[in-house]
Design a protein around this ligand. Sequence first.
Ligand SMILES: NC(=O)c1ccc[n+]([C@@H]2O[C@H](COP(=O)([O-])OP(=O)(O)OC[C@H]3O[C@@H](n4cnc5c(N)ncnc54)[C@H](O)[C@@H]3O)[C@@H](O)[C@H]2O)c1
Ligand SMILES: O=P(O)(O)OC[C@@H](O)[C@@H](O)[C@H](O)[C@H](O)CO
Length: 383
Amino acid sequence: MKAVHFGAGNIGRGFIGEILHRNNIDITFVDVNDTIIAALKERGAYTIELADSTHEQLTVTHVTGLNNRTEPEKVVEAIQTADLLTTAIGPAILPHIAPLIAEGIEARMNAGSTQPLDIIACENMIGGSAFLAEEVKKHLSDTAYLDTYIGFPNAAVDRIVPQQAHEDPLFVTVEPFSEWVVDETGCRSDKIRLADVHYVADLAPYIERKLFSVNTGHATVAYTGALFGYRTIDEAMADALVVAQLKSVLAETGRLLCAKWGFDEDAHATYIDTIIGRFQNKHISDDIQRVARTPIRKLGHDERFIKPLRELHAMQLPAPHLLAAAGMVFNYNDPEDEQSRQLHEMLKTRPVEQVITEVTGLTAPELVAELKDNITRYARLAV
Ligand SMILES: NC(=O)c1ccc[n+]([C@@H]2O[C@H](COP(=O)([O-])OP(=O)(O)OC[C@H]3O[C@@H](n4cnc5c(N)ncnc54)[C@H](O)[C@@H]3O)[C@@H](O)[C@H]2O)c1
Ligand SMILES: O=P(O)(O)OC[C@@H](O)[C@@H](O)[C@H](O)[C@H](O)CO
């Protein structure tokens, strides 16, 4: 079997590549990074190492690469005959790869293919594949073929793969933990069910549990740590105040998740302990800059801070620590991050309430006022 995977970055090589390889699938990675693509073409293999005391290694073979900017026709050809298409490229990039995916779907149609193809966006967002489907449809004059043969099952993907630099540009170190959950109801293919992937009939509890625990927690450590002047997640996790803030935030989102989805409270407490242990992994050094990247995206209406805040507010449950964390996000200052610079510019030139509504979509006056208080409080501490 053959897969086309967009995004040969950390999670692409460090997790999706591993699972596809374990399922005996040949992978064509598509990326704009010439160094990575040239190395994949030349070597056809790369190594993944576990970030634990075993340093166990796995070699992923039967891989190649294509640059979508310089070799778009070859990407279309690869999509034409692929059995599976996956992405791990970042939510903001999905609209940019949609035209090429649409061309690939048209090529399948023109070749008379009736083989179903599932396209799985492995991004940290709710409804990532459904979003990609809408973007792809914008580039098709007729969607009948897509509606019949192409599936866009949503997914949740969990494994911490930090930003890293090695002499070998393909080598990637990953945490031992991993989880990939796919919404089976969105699959068009009834033949391809990957081993080590959990197929479920309702993804919503899984993606929300992951995004509002792992990612809300991770981001809380990053933004609190940045406020305290730390550079990495492990440094921040050595500070008891950061860990206390993390635990309080996860208690608030945990209350929501258990009430909303009926998760068992003890099981959820164990899930949270596992997450805290993952953030404390001594074999990983993850830059706060990576975890805190693109703060405007992270403050989105359906994202890791604002959706739980909205839903806790609707249930009249207090969330002071989540509000504090969101206040810190607004004050996050990374001159190298375009969205951080943009957020600062907005706060300098517009009333805070207006910026809150523009960035988060929040309109409830009480919630906007509470968030404003927290933005102001942490502005005094921000460096
Ligand atoms: N790293 C993690 O721990 C992790 C875990 C779970 C999910 N994710 C999600 O996976 C996605 C990717 O994250 P990552 O950490 O691997 O990022 P990354 O930056 O390491 O990888 C992204 C890759 O996409 C490529 N890219 C960017 N623009 C492109 C374009 N227009 N066309 C083709 N390729 C392009 C980049 O060159 C890079 O190789 C994100 O949505 C992230 O939230 C990451
Ligand atoms: O990728 P982001 O920017 O949405 O979030 C940063 C990290 O929290 C994230 O990449 C985690 O490492 C990952 O989601 C763990 O599964």
